[in-house]
Design a protein around this ligand. Structure first.
Ligand code: DX5
Ligand code: ZN
Length: 220
């Protein structure tokens, strides 16, 4: 049976009740915490930084998946490792020496991920895919939660999945942006392993049931 992982995005949580929302995710069927770090330079928005990550890590009992939407991410790799991050994902578009960055992340004991903006073709990862633990396919333009899903994502996921199989890599495919009950099953059929969901989870009336529903929908 397929094991799709669900990663609620804390960007959509209520920051005034952060501990409550973290504990909600702990007690749900979700698998990971997705943490969106934005610097106001790589993307036109600023989210949260180290003190907030520290507070989340203090209460979270599941894998911490950090998505860095920042320029020159190499500067902070050690810091994220010390905060207990498990998967550290940097943007392809923000790295001049992507392979070196992947190595630096792994040297700190974390899994290394690469995120691709909607305009960045998956073929650019052909020569590095065996060194990448996770590819985050952006299904919206990064910077904000609550945007609508870009339909071209399905074909990108199919291409990426084929590449991973051909290269005999064990890379996970994560989808980030606009994920909901309308597109989740189709994404898993295309090859997705991890689904990030922000507003669909936190804007729902019963987030625990919403997460369970999403998990159920991805059983193919
Ligand atoms: C967008 C972020 C996403 C976002 C997803 O820049 O990377 O992780 O929080 O939120 P939704 O699910 O609301 O699109
Ligand atoms: Zn994200």
């Amino acid at each position: 049976m397929n094991q799709t992982l669900i990663a609620p995005s804390i960007l959509a949580a209520d920051f005034g009740n952060l501990q409550r929302d973290v504990e909600m995710v702990n007690s749900s069927d979700a698998d990971w915490f997705h943490l969106d770090i934005m610097d106001g330079v790589f993307v036109p928005n600023i989210s949260f930084g180290m003190p907030v990550i520290k507070s989340i890590a203090k209460h979270a009992t599941k894998t911490l998946d950090a998505h860095l939407m920042i320029v020159d991410p190499d500067r902070y790799i050690q810091k994220f490792a010390s905060l207990g991050i498990n998967y550290l994902t940097v943007h392809y578009e923000a790295c001049t020496h992507l392979h070196r960055t992947m190595q630096a992340i792994k040297n700190e004991g974390m899994k290394a991920g690469v995120a691709l903006n909607p305009h960045t073709p998956v073929s650019l990862l052909e020569d590095t895919i065996n060194d990448i633990d996770l590819v985050c396919v952006m299904s919206v333009n990064p910077g904000f939660g609550g945007q609508s899903f870009i339909e071209n994502t399905y074909s990108k996921v199919e291409k990426l999945k084929n590449m991973i199989i051909q290269k005999n890599a064990s890379t996970l495919i994560e989808i980030d942006g606009g994920v909901n009950d309308k597109n989740s099953r189709k994404l898993v059929t295309a090859g997705a392993d991890v689904l990030v969901a922000g507003s669909y989870v936190f804007r729902s009336e019963h987030p625990i049931e919403t997460i369970a529903g999403l998990k159920e929908l991805t059983l193919i």
